[in-house]
Design a protein around this ligand. Structure first.
Ligand SMILES: NC(=O)c1ccc[n+]([C@@H]2O[C@H](COP(=O)([O-])OP(=O)(O)OC[C@H]3O[C@@H](n4cnc5c(N)ncnc54)[C@H](OP(=O)(O)O)[C@@H]3O)[C@@H](O)[C@H]2O)c1
Length: 248
């Protein structure tokens, strides 16, 4: 069984919860984020509770060229890497044209698109050398529609979904799987200051659903699949007037 997982952004929210959830299922972990001290504490917490190996490494996904080295180091430490989860991401508010909005938007694109692309590219190169692997991308239901006040975030998540779909076609004849996950609202620091969080689910449930979908190697799914699988498609079709008056 292939049981070694590399996660970016494992110091908080979904990355941390997936680490705990996969550890409870017997997976060994390579955990990365900028805040290494949190990863060291998380490693201790996991190893007290579960008999799994945990490798931690500071990684800023904006240091694009370091990601390949991080995956190689993690594989050397754990023996292989079977799944890479491109999870690190940031959110931001701000309407286009407002003061400071562009700088925030650029940061969102650099982290959520270019940083995630660097992770996915490095993972794919590694999996080709190894002969197998599974790439997992954290997109968002925000990818279904450009949401007012979250233009850069919506654009970043649409971009990384489409990029990952191209990868699925490129690796069609290879032993590489590609999963794109599009969460709605799961209770984490990225969204806990928002006024409205429809269909919010708690972090533990979110972690379980994400891990189930990843183990099933689904190609693409909202998280949770219901009701977001339907709601996100409806949001994509709403007239602009409705979106402008009710969202953002
Ligand atoms: N929670 C939701 O409802 C939801 C919904 C849709 C999509 N998502 C996506 O799920 C992913 C995780 O979000 P979350 O809710 O868990 O948010 P979070 O609690 O704020 O965690 C974000 C993680 O990303 C890491 N990160 C940010 N910038 C980084 C960088 N430059 N290099 C490396 N790591 C970086 C952070 O670690 P450090 O600060 O230690 O580096 C942190 O561990 C994101 O891609 C987000 O867009 C979440």
């Amino acid at each position: 069984m292939n049981k070694n997982i590399f996660i970016t952004g494992a110091s908080s929210g979904l990355g941390k919860q997936m680490a705990l959830e996969f550890a409870s299922r017997g997976y060994n972990l390579a955990l990365t984020a900028r805040r290494e001290d949190i990863l060291v504490d998380l490693k201790e917490q996991i190893q007290k509770a579960y008999k799994v190996e945990v490798f931690v490494l500071a990684l800023d996904v904006l240091e694009y060229e370091q990601t390949q080295q991080a995956i190689d180091s993690a594989a050397a430490a754990l023996g292989s890497i079977d799944k890479v989860i491109a999870n690190a991401g940031i959110g931001s508010g701000g309407r286009i044209g407002d003061s400071g909005a562009f700088v925030q938007a650029r940061d969102v694109i650099n982290t959520n698109v270019v940083g995630a692309m660097a992770t996915i590219d490095a993972a794919t190169a590694f999996f080709r050398r190894q002969g197998h692997g599974h790439v997992i991308t954290l997109s968002s239901v925000a990818a279904f529609r450009g949401l007012p006040g979250s233009g850069a975030y919506s654009a970043s998540k649409a971009a990384i979904s489409v990029y990952s779909e191209a990868l699925r076609a490129e690796t069609y004849d290879e032993n590489i799987d590609v999963t794109v996950l599009l969460p709605g609202y799961i209770d984490t620091p990225i969204n806990n200051s928002l006024k409205s969080r429809p269909f919010l689910i708690d972090l533990a449930s979110g972690g379980r659903i994400l891990a189930d979908l990843i183990e099933k190697k689904v190609k693409r799914s909202t998280v949770p699949p219901w009701p977001w699988g339907l709601v996100a498609r409806i949001i994509a079709l709403l007239p602009t007037a409705v979106v402008a008056k009710t969202m953002g």
